[in-house]
Design a protein around this ligand. Structure first.
Ligand SMILES: *C1O[C@H](CO)[C@@H](O)[C@H](O)[C@H]1NC(C)=O
Ligand SMILES: *[C@@H]1O[C@H](CO)[C@@H](O)[C@H](O)[C@H]1NC(C)=O
Ligand SMILES: *[C@@H]1O[C@H](CO)[C@@H](O)[C@H](O)[C@H]1NC(C)=O
Length: 972
C-alpha cells in the first residue's frame, strides 16, 4: 500500500530468461500449480509470535487455494499506525534478529512441506529498508531547500540560509518578479487540510549559480543589480542530508545492538541503497538452512510502493515558476528523469543481488507513491507490481502499467489486490472478484491478496485477532472470518485458474498507445470510446520504453514475440520527446502503422528546450512519412479498419465488454469481461481453431457447441452478467482431452439455456418453456424443431428454514483464538438481508438455508424423464455453497450463480441447502468500542472524533430470489 494512499487515506486516512529461480511448472487449468496460484500478504505482527500458529496459518492458506504467502513483518506499519504495544519488544524480536531468522526459516519450511512458494519483504514494514547505523551513507537522502530575500540595496554579505543543515549542493540567486502566497485544500491525515506555500515567479535570465563563492563558514559576499520596482532578488540554497527516516520506529528500552534503532529507509536512487539491504541480509539472515530454502521455495524478494518521507504533491515551503515559455517544466522533467535513472540503478542492483545470492526474483511496486514516470521503471523489476487501491480498479491504468512489462517480456505482472479503505471486515467477495477481473483485463496476471492476519494471540489484541491498519482496510482474512472455510476457496480457485491461463500464455493486444508523463497519474488515458465498443484491446508505453531492445517491427507488428501490437497510436494530448519522434519514424519506416489522433502532439519539454527546433523538424518529417496517418479524435478504430486490421476479439454486444487475448503454443485464450451490467450478443474471434469453454469456477473444460464459423473467424453468442468473465480456448489439440462432436450448432433460440455433448449420443439442448415454436440450425444443415410449450415454467423457492451460526467475541475478549459460536433458527417466507431481519440485524456468521420443492412440478405432462433443471440465485452477497438432496453442487460463479442440478434431482420432494457466510461487520460494529489491536482502538472508532460516522450495517445472508428453471432435453 502506498504511503500516499495511506495519508490521503486517513483522508481519511520474466520472461523465462530472467535470472533467479523461475520454474515453468504451471500445473493444469483445473489444478493450477502453487506458483501460479494467488498468495496472501501475510502480516507477521513481530518475531515474538508463536511459530506453530504461523505454520498453521500457512497450511490453512494452502488448504483454501493459496499458493503460499508473501511474508511481511508488519510491526504496526513500522510503528506509524499505532505504536509498539505494551509488552512487545521490537529490539529482541525485530527484523533480522535471531528469533526472526528462526521464524523465517520455519515459514520457508512450511512452504516446502506443503509444496508452496513464498514471497518475502526485503525489510520490515513495507520492505523499504533494514536495520542500519544511522550514518550509513546508503540510507535515504533528501534535498532541503532554503530561501532568503536579498535586501533591496542589492548586496548580501552574510551567512547563507540553512547553513549547517547538510552539505551544500548549490546556491542560486534570481530576480523574483512577483510572488504570492497560495493556499489550497489538500487532503491530510484527518480530512481536508490547507496547504500553503509561496510561489515565486523568477526571471529565468537572472538565474545564477554562486555555490563556489560560499566560504568554509557558510558566508558569501554578493552584489546584485538594483531590483526593479515590485521585485526583489533571492538566494536559494540546497543542502543534502540523510533523512534518518525509519521504516521501523519505536522507543527502545536499550541501546545495545543495531536492532534498537529500528530500521532505516535506504537510498532508493543509487545502488548504495541496495548494498545496505544486501549487506544486512548476508550478515544477519542468510544463515543455517535459509539460503537453501530460499533457493528452493523462495519466489519473490519484494518491496512495496516507495514508502519514504518526501513532499509528494505539496511543493513544500515554496515553489518557483520561471518566466520562460514552459515556465521551467523542462527542468522539472529533467529532474524527474534523473530520479528515474537513480531509481533504476537501485532496482537493477537489487535485482542482481536477489538473483545471484538469494536465487529468487525481484518484485516491487515501481515508482508508485512517488513522482516519476512509472512506465520508465517497470522493466527494471522481474515482477512489477501495481495495486487495486491506487489504480482505483481502472482497466485503462492497468493497461498502461502492463504495456512496458509486456514489451520487456515480463512473465508476471503482479497486483496488491483487495485493499479498500473503509471496508475492513465488510469486504464482500463479489467486490474482490470485481477488482480481480478488472485487473486481469488490464493485463495483470498475479494477485497477492491484501491480506492474511496472524490468527494467534498478540499483545493487547482482542478477538477477532491482530488486524493491520486497525480495522480500516479490507481484508484481514484469517480462519476467524466466516468466509475463510465457507466459500473463499472457490474464489481463490477461480483466481488461480485465471492466473494459470494468463501466466502460461503470452498476452497480446491489438494496439499500443503512447503515454509519456513526467509523473505518472492514475486516469483514463484514451478517452474516446471507439476502440472499446468494437472490442479492440490496447496497452500504453512511454517514450522511455521505446529504447528497449524488444521495440522491433516484424511483418508490420511491433514486438511480435511479445504483445504483438498492430499499430501505434499517438494522441494530440500527449507530449512527444525528440527521441520518441525519431523512433516513431523508424517504426513507420519498418511499416508499422502510426496513427496520430486528434491533431498534433506537443513537444515534451527538456531542459531549456534547446532541442525544440529539431523536434519541430522531425515531427513534420514524421507526419509526411509513409504509414503515418493523421485522423480526427475518436476515429482510431475506423482508421484501423480501413488499413485492413480488425480486433482479435470483435464485440457485437450491448453493455460494455473488455477483451483479452493470449497465446500459449498452439492454443489461444479469449477472455471477455462484462463491465458492471449484463451484456448479450456475440463475439467474433479471429481464430477457426476448435473452441472450448473453460470454467474457472469449476475447473471444467467443455466444447463450445453453438457457434458460426467463416473462413477466418468464429462467432460465439455471449450472455454475461455484470462483472462476469467468459473464457474460451481455441486449439485444435484440445479435443484429445475433451471429446467434441463432428458437427455443431449454428443457431438456437434464446430459450435454449445450455448445451452438453454426450459422447455417443449427440448434443443435448436444454430447452426452457416457451410458447413460440422455434428451431435449432446445425452445421450439417439439419434443422430441428424445438417445441417447448409444455415444459414446466420456472418457479421460485420459498418457505425457507434458516439456522444461523452466530460468530461473536468470546467472553474474554483477549482470547482472540476462540470465536464464540451458537445457533438460532428462523423461518422466512421470502429472502431478505439479515440487516433487515429484526432478530439478525447485529448477527454475523454462517447461514444454513433449507427448503424443498416438488419434482417434477405438479401438472407436468409426460413425467420427468426428459426434464432437467437449473437453479439460479439472483444475487450473491459473499459466497454460497449449495447441495441438492445431499449432493454438493459444483462451485458457483458468484457473479452469475446458476447451476444445472439435473444429476441430483429425484421424483417427489427435493431438498435444497444453501450455506452462506457473512462478513463480521454487523456484529463487530456492536462491540467495536470494546475491541483493540496491538494496543490501539480500531480506526473506525477513533475517526468518529473527526466526524466520520461508523459505517452502517452491511448486507448479509441469502437475498432476492432463488429460481428453479425446468428444461426439456432435446438431443440433436
Ligand atoms: C513537505 O513540505 C511540507 C510543507 O512545507 C512540510 O511540512 C513537510 O515536513 C515536508 N515533508 C518532508 C518529508 O520534507
Ligand atoms: C483553510 O483556508 C480557508 C480559506 O483561506 C479558511 O477559511 C479555512 O478555515 C482554512 N481551514 C483550515 C482547516 O485551516
Ligand atoms: C504535456 O505537457 C504539458 C505542459 O508541460 C502538461 O501540462 C501536460 O499535462 C502534459 N501532458 C501529459 C499527457 O502529460
Amino acid at each position: 500500500m502506498s504511503r500516499l494512499f495511506f495519508s490521503t487515506l486517513l483522508g481519511l486516512v520474466a520472461s523465462s530468461l530472467v535470472l533467479g529461480h523461475d520454474s515453468n511448472d504451471h500445473g493444469t487449468f483445473s489444478h493450477p500449480a502453487s506458483r501460479v496460484r494467488p498468495r496472501f500478504r501475510y502480516w507477521l505482527p513481530d518475531a515474538s509470535v508463536d511459530a506453530d500458529v504461523v505454520i498453521k496459518d500457512i497450511e490453512s492458506a494452502a488448504s483454501i487455494g493459496a499458493g503460499g504467502v508473501e511474508f511481511l513483518p508488519f510491526f504496526e506499519y513500522g510503528g506509524q499506525i499505532g505504536r509498539k504495544p505494551p509488552g512487545a519488544d521490537w529490539s529482541a524480536y525485530g527484523f533480522g534478529t535471531p528469533p526472526f531468522v528462526d521464524l523465517f526459516e520455519k515459514a520457508l519450511k512450511a512452504h516446502e512441506k506443503e509444496g508452496l512458494v513464498m514471497d518475502f519483504a526485503l525489510g520490515p514494514n513495507q520492505g523499504q529498508g533494514v536495520p542500519a547505523h544511522p550514518d550509513n551513507e546508503g540510507l535515504q537522502w533528501d534535498m532541503v531547500p532554503f530561501t532568503e530575500e536579498i535586501p533591496a540595496r542589492g548586496s548580501f554579505n552574510n551567512k547563507i540560509p540553512g547553513w549547517g543543515t547538510g552539505s551544500l549542493v548549490s546556491l542560486v540567486t534570481a530576480l523574483v518578479k512577483s510572488n504570492q502566497s497560495i493556499t489550497y485544500a489538500g487532503v491530510g491525515l484527518f480530512g481536508v487540510q490547507n496547504v500553503t506555500y509561496n510561489e515565486y515567479r523568477l526571471s529565468h535570465k537572472t538565474l545564477k549559480e554562486v555555490t563556489g563563492q560560499v566560504d568554509q563558514r557558510g558566508y558569501v559576499k554578493l552584489s546584485l543589480p538594483q531590483a526593479p520596482k515590485g521585485s526583489h532578488y533571492r538566494l536559494f540554497a540546497f543542502y543534502e542530508k540523510l533523512t534518518g527516516h525509519k521504516n521501523l520506529n519505536f522507543s527502545p528500552t536499550e541501546h545495545g545492538t543495531i536492532f534498537d534503532n529500528g530500521s532505516y529507509a535506504v537510498d532508493h536512487f543509487s545502488a548504495k541503497g541496495a548494498a545496505v539491504v544486501s549487506a544486512f541480509w548476508e550478515e544477519h539472515i542468510l544463515k543455517g538452512e535459509v539460503p537453501g530454502l530460499l533457493a528452493k521455495v523462495g519466489n519473490y524478494a519484494w518491496e512495496d510502493s516507495i514508502e519514504l518521507t518526501y513532499n509528494g504533491t505539496t511543493p513544500g515551503p515554496y515553489k518557483c515558476i520561471l518566466d520562460s515559455e514552459d515556465e521551467g517544466i523542462g527542468y522539472i522533467n529533467d529532474f524527474r528523469a534523473t530520479l528515474v535513472d537513480g531509481y533504476n540503478e537501485y532496482l537493477t542492483a537489487m535485482a542482481d543481488w536477489v538473483h545471484d545470492v538469494l536465487d529468487v526474483q525481484l518484485s516491487a511496486q515501481p515508482v508508485y507513491g512517488s513522482a516519476m514516470d512509472a512506465l520508465a521503471a517497470v522493466p527494471s523489476v522481474d515482477a512489477p507490481e501495481c495495486e487495486s487501491l491506487g489504480f482505483e480498479d481502472k482497466i485503462d491504468s492497468y493497461r498502461s502499467f502492463s504495456g512496458p512489462a509486456r514489451l520487456s517480456g515480463k512473465r508476471i505482472i503482479s497486483n496488491e489486490m483487495g485493499a479498500v479503505r473503509g471496508s475492513g471486515f465488510q469486504f464482500h467477495l463479489p467486490h474482490l472478484v470485481f477488482s480481480v477481473n478488472r485487473a486481469f483485463l488490464g493485463g495483470v496476471n498475479q494477485m497477492v491478496l491484501h491480506g492474511q492476519s496472524y490468527s494467534g494471540t498478540y499483545y493487547a489484541t482482542t478477538w477477532p485477532g491482530h488486524t493491520p491498519f486497525n480495522y480500516l482496510f479490507s481484508e484481514p482474512f484469517s480462519p476467524n472470518l466466516p468466509s475463510w472455510s465457507h466459500g473463499l476457496k472457490e474464489t481463490m480457485d477461480y483466481i488461480g485458474r485465471n492466473q494459470h491461463i494468463l501466466q502460461e500464455s503470452i498476452s497480446k493486444a491489438d494496439v499500443v498507445i503512447y503515454n509519456k508523463e513526467s509523473s505518472t497519474t492514475i486516469r483514463n488515458i484514451y478517452q474516446a470510446t471507439d476502440l472499446l465498443t468494437e472490442g479492440w484491446s490496447w496497452n500504453y508505453i512511454s517514450a522511455d520504453n521505446l529504447g528497449l531492445e524488444q521495440t522491433v517491427v516484424k511483418n508490420r507488428v511491433l514486438a511480435p514475440d511479445g504483445p504483438a501490437w498492430k499499430a501505434f497510436v499517438v494522441e494530440s494530448s500527449q507530449n512527444l520527446t525528440l527521441e520518441a519522434v525519431k523512433t516513431l519514424r523508424s517504426l513507420a519506416r519498418d511499416r508499422l502503422p502510426v496513427i496520430i489522433s486528434g491533431g498534433l502532439p506537443a513537444y515534451y519539454s527538456a531542459g531549456d528546450r534547446s532541442d525544440k527546433a529539431e523536434f519541430e523538424t522531425e515531427l513534420s518529417k514524421l507526419l509526411r512519412s509513409q504509414n503515418v496517418y493523421s485522423i480526427a479524435h475518436g476515429h482510431v478504430a475506423d482508421k484501423l479498419k480501413s488499413l485492413g486490421l480488425r480486433p482479435q476479439i470483435q464485440l457485437n454486444t450491448n453493455g460494455t465488454c473488455y477483451t483479452s487475448w493470449s497465446e500459449a503454443g498452439k492454443v489461444g485464450y479469449a477472455i471477455t469481461y462484462s463491465d458492471l451490467v449484463r451484456s448479450t450478443g456475440s463475439i467474433t474471434v479471429n481464430s477457426i481453431k476448435m473452441p472450448f469453454y473453460l470454467n474457472a469456477w469449476t475447473g471444467e473444460t467443455t466444447p463450445v457447441l453453438v457457434y458460426k464459423r467463416d473462413r477466418s473467424t468464429t462467432t460465439i453468442p455471449v450472455n454475461l452478467s455484470g462483472n462476469q468473465t467468459l473464457i474460451i480456448a481455441f486449439g485444435d489439440g484440445l479435443q484429445k482431452q475433451v471429446p467434441v462432436p463432428r458437427y455443431h450448432i449454428e443457431k438456437v433460440p434464446s430459450n435454449v439455456l445450455g448445451t452438453r455433448f454426450i459422447s455417443g449420443r449427440g448434443i443435448s439442448l436444454h430447452v426452457a418453456q416457451s410458447n413460440n415454436p422455434s428451431q435449432a440450425v446445425l452445421s450439417n444443415g439439419k434443422r430441428v424443431a424445438l417445441d417447448a410449450a409444455v415444459v414446466p415454467s420456472a418457479f421460485r423457492l420459498s418457505k425457507w428454514g434458516l439456522t444461523v451460526e452466530h460468530w461473536e467475541a468470546p467472553e474474554d475478549h483477549y482470547d482472540s483464538e476462540n470465536t464464540f459460536k451458537y445457533n438460532t433458527t428462523h423461518r422466512l417466507e421470502g429472502l431478505t438481508s439479515w440487516s433487515d431481519i429484526p432478530a439478525l440485524v447485529n448477527a454475523s456468521g454462517i447461514g444454513y438455508y433449507t427448503t424443498t420443492f416438488q419434482w417434477p412440478p405438479s401438472g407436468t405432462q409426460g413425467g420427468s424423464k426428459s426434464l432437467g433443471a437449473y437453479i439460479g440465485f439472483s444475487k450473491v452477497i459473499d459466497a454460497i455453497r449449495v447441495s441438492i438432496n445431499g449432493h454438493k453442487v459444483p462451485p458457483l460463479d458468484i457473479t452469475n450463480a446458476v447451476a444445472d442440478i439435473s444429476p441430483y434431482l429425484r421424483e417427489g420432494k427435493n431438498s435444497v441447502v444453501a450455506t452462506v457466510p457473512t462478513t463480521l461487520w454487523n456484529y463487530i460494529r456492536t462491540v467495536i468500542t470494546e475491541l483493540e489491536t496491538a494496543g490501539s482502538k480500531p480506526l473506525p472508532v477513533t475517526l468518529q472524533q473527526y466526524g466520520l460516522p461508523l459505517a452502517g450495517r452491511t448486507e448479509a445472508g441469502l437475498v432476492e430470489t432463488v429460481t428453479i428453471t425446468p428444461y426439456k432435453i432435446v438431443v440433436v
